[in-house]
Design a protein around this ligand. Structure first.
Ligand code: AMP
Length: 642
């Protein structure tokens, strides 16, 4: 039995990823003409899609600028989405007001969930005020608001749409292309989810670049290709901290090491001030929990104190009519252990990079919390050199992304451009979906690997079909070739671990390797002649992908829900056959009917109906797994084999 039904495993395996400057071919997306000339007039924006705040920037007269929101006040757009009961979606500052009053309809920290399965996030889902769906620890998380299920990609796209609208209003032109930043530690699934969010927002995402790379570019480091440097980027935001060590050589940014703490940031600085004042005012946790507005007042005043202490030596205010104060010295002693934690991460990153302090040539500060003078002092002392903080630390990443966008637009003639892959390369996965391994605009040579598994029990052969193009369904893309991986020992669906590797050499020749990791069965093909494509065809494919972006994404999310449901149907039917004896007749009938209902929705339902039916089936059957476990343990104790 064989089929080309591959399932993507969420464990992704990145072989290597360097960043470089690249852009050779410019395409007028309106009329489809291909222009090899250096100059191109399209505006490409740079976007920092952050955990707490997001920003969009562009280049004007050669200089990067962050774009202000619709009121012309702030450049920072809080990464918060509120769904009001009428069905309207509110993003940014206006959504922030609903965090306390309406937590279950107000989504924040969505970046923490990008490309994650429930298994990855269950240790911190209590931190989030909204509902995360736990269907199956292997599948990607979803967020439920009323009766609608949203993926983190869909929610992030709402933030991107808001940024796009702000920019279009200010620049008075349509924004189609963007460079989006992600943390250096993001894996391939997280990067792909970010790319998809851009697509869903109607943006052609030319590149996904690392945040520390963008910050370096904003400081002009790495722009001159002759110059090489080793840079430490220390990024302390509202809720997360990371440090990256980059080596920059010949315009290529390589991440040597990253370290950090996904729950350390300015919010923790606020918390220690709150605790300090609670002690001074004799307030208990219970009193704060019972009085929401008192808690909110304490948090708001604490954040204000922290900000003012960046330039003043004492802060005084009243909380519920009582005076409180805090000095700079007290604040520093309160945050000392938190800052020390971040320095320990710097030590680890340095050790992982196998470099020593004296090898670091530049230190860059990123994130609002690096405005705290004590942080600047401690980081500079650790790296033994003044940390750069002249550029607004909230904007520095978006500004750097705008510089990268300008390079891609071909506006920086001094840049020597490397070869790029003109269209994305990927394989067909179950349901006819295109799974991109090497995205468009990747540097050549390039290599990437990812793990997949089978969807049918006992599958011994597997067809790997390779496609080129930007659409979500392979039938809309161009087939480059296919080959068969045979000799896989028969295993249950989901058991084989098949690694597919794409390697493009300096001549643009693509080699595809497939290997079943449990049995070591492997095969390899070289795809030569069909790889080339005329520039006119390429332009047409890119235009098609933009025109169909939203409809394509809808098909993709529906197909993904169907794939997930089919996996659950397979497992549930297997369970019913193997463990019929532990279920009462009622339970058996009810399970069968829920399975039937899910199968009907897979045939003809919407994405939300499929998700709801999956959730009902999973919730109902969850206790049976425990019963089955008890049965297995009892049998083992009595020496029986099940
Ligand atoms: P980010 O996630 O990079 O937008 O950083 C937001 C964090 O920076 C929040 O915790 C803010 O309270 C903090 N922040 C903003 N301005 C200041 C300031 N002047 N001094 C200290 N912290 C600040």
């Amino acid at each position: 039995m064989w089929s080309c039904g591959l399932y993507r495993l969420d464990i992704t395996n990145k072989i290597h990823s360097h960043e470089g400057y690249m852009a050779k071919i410019s395409i007028n997306l309106k009329d489809g003409t291909v222009n090899k000339a250096e100059k191109q007039v399209t505006t490409i924006v740079g976007i920092d899609l952050g955990t707490t705040n997001s920003l969009i920037a562009f280049i004007k007269d050669g200089e990067p600028y962050a774009i202000k929101d619709q009121h012309g006040k702030h450049t920072l757009v809080p990464s918060i989405i509120h769904f009001d009961p009428k069905g309207d979606v509110i993003v940014g500052e206006a959504a922030k007001d609903h965090l306390v009053s309406n937590p279950e309809r107000t989504i924040y920290s969505i970046k923490r969930l990008m490309g994650k399965s429930f298994g990855d996030v269950d240790q911190f889902d209590s931190f989030l005020g909204y509902e995360i769906i736990d269907e199956d620890t292997e599948s990607l998380v979803k967020i439920k608001v009323d009766e609608t299920f949203y993926t983190p990609t869909e929610l992030s796209s709402k933030i991107l749409q808001k940024l796009k609208r702000n920019a279009e209003k200010e620049l008075k032109l349509e924004i189609q292309k963007a460079v989006i930043t992600v943390p250096a530690y993001f894996n391939d699934a997280q990067r792909q989810a970010t790319r998809d969010a851009g697509k869903l927002a109607g943006l052609d995402v030319l590149r996904i670049i690392n945040e520390p790379t963008a910050a370096s570019l904003a400081y002009g480091i790495g722009i001159n290709r002759e110059q090489s440097s080793v840079v430490a980027v220390y990024d302390l935001g509202g809720g997360t901290f990371d440090v990256s060590i980059l080596e920059i050589q010949s315009g290529i940014f390589e991440v040597l090491a990253t370290n950090g703490d996904t729950f350390l940031g300015g919010d923790d600085f606020d918390k220690v001030i709150v605790q300090h004042w609670m002690a001074a005012l004799d307030l208990t946790e219970q009193q704060i929990d019972a009085d929401k507005s008192l808690g909110q007042e304490l948090r708001t005043q604490a954040e204000e104190a922290k900000k003012q202490l960046s330039s003043k030596s004492v802060f005084e205010t009243t909380i519920s009519g009582k005076s409180v104060s805090i000095t700079k010295e007290t604040f520093q002693s309160l945050i000392k252990p938190l800052v020390q934690k971040s320095i320990t991460s710097c030590e680890r990153a340095l050790a992982d990079s196998t470099l020593s302090i004296s090898d670091i040539q530049e230190v860059i500060l990123v994130g609002g919390s690096t405005r705290v003078p004590y942080v600047i002092e401690q980081v500079s002392a650790f790296f033994n050199r003044p940390a750069k903080h002249q550029i607004n630390p909230d904007e520095v990443v978006a500004l750097g992304a705008a510089i990268q966008a300008d390079i891609l637009a071909g506006n920086r003639k001094d840049m020597l451009l490397l070869d790029i892959t003109p269209l994305s390369l990927g394989i067909e996965t179950i349901g006819g979906l295109m799974d991109v391994l090497i995205p468009r605009n990747s540097k050549i040579p390039s290599a990437l690997g990812r793990q997949y598994t089978t969807s049918v029990d006992g599958q011994t052969k597997l067809k790997v079909a390779v496609y080129q193009g930007e659409r979500n369904l392979v039938s809309d893309n161009r087939k480059l070739g296919e080959f068969v991986l045979s000799g896989i020992p028969p295993m249950a669906a989901g058991m084989p671990k098949i690694e597919i590797q794409f390697l493009i050499d300096a001549d643009g020749i693509l080699r595809v390797k497939a290997k079943e990791l449990r049995s070591e069965v492997n095969t390899e093909v070289e795809i030569k002649s069909t790889y080339g494509i005329s520039e006119e065809d390429m332009a047409r494919m890119l235009i098609d992908s933009l025109q169909h972006a939203e409809a394509d994404m809808q098909i993709k999310v529906l197909q993904e829900a169907k794939n997930e449901a089919n996996g659950i149907l397979l497992a549930s039917n297997k369970f019913l056959t193997q463990h019929r004896d532990i279920l009462t007749d009622d339970e058996f009938e009810q399970t069968t009917s829920l399975i039937q209902s899910l199968a009907t929705h897979v045939d003809s339902g919407t994405k939300d109906e499929i998700n709801a039916a999956m959730q009902t089936l999973n919730t109902y059957t969850a206790p049976f797994a425990e019963k089955a476990m008890d049965k297995t343990i009892k049998a083992a104790l009595s020496g029986k084999k099940i």
